[in-house]
Design a protein. Structure first.
Length: 127
C-alpha cells in the first residue's frame, strides 16, 4: 500500500471556483503554464508546529493541517523563483529515503489541493 507523504486536515465549504482542481480524490492536477510553482496567498497565516504546521485563511475560513513534509513543502514554496524540479531536488535532499516518484506525485497533489482551497496562488501570466 502506498503511503502518502502528507496528511491534510481540511475544513472548508468547497475549493476556490475556476481553478480546474478537483481534490481530494480527483485525478486532475494543475499544470503550471509559467513553469513556476504557486506561492502562498497574502491573506494566509502559516504556523510551524513541532510535528508539522497549520495554514489558515480567515477570509475564506479555511484551516489546513500539514505534517512535517507538507510543512517543508509550504516553506519551500515561499521562494517565488522555485521550479517543480528544484522543489523535488530539495525535498529529495532533505528526505533521502523517499521515493522520487512518490515525492513528485504527493507534491503535485498537495499543491493542487492548496491551490484549490485558495491557500496558494498561481503566478499571473502575461500575454
Amino acid at each position: 500500500m502506498r503511503k502518502s507523504l502528507w496528511n491534510p486536515v481540511v475544513s472548508a465549504a468547497s475549493p476556490v471556483p475556476g481553478t480546474g482542481v478537483f481534490v481530494p480524490g480527483g485525478a486532475r492536477l494543475l499544470t503550471y503554464a509559467t513553469g513556476m510553482l504557486p506561492t502562498p496567498s497574502e491573506s494566509v497565516i502559516f504556523r510551524r508546529l513541532e510535528t508539522g504546521a497549520v495554514v489558515y485563511d480567515s477570509a475564506a475560513e479555511v484551516y489546513y493541517g500539514l505534517n512535517d513534509v507538507g510543512a517543508t513543502i509550504w516553506e519551500l514554496l515561499g521562494d517565488a523563483s522555485l521550479t517543480s524540479d528544484r522543489l523535488i531536488d530539495r525535498l529529495g535532499s532533505k528526505y533521502p529515503d523517499a521515493d522520487g516518484e512518490l515525492l513528485r506525485a504527493d507534491c503535485d497533489a498537495l499543491i493542487a489541493s492548496l491551490v484549490g482551497y485558495g491557500l496558494l496562488r498561481l503566478a499571473a501570466t502575461t500575454a
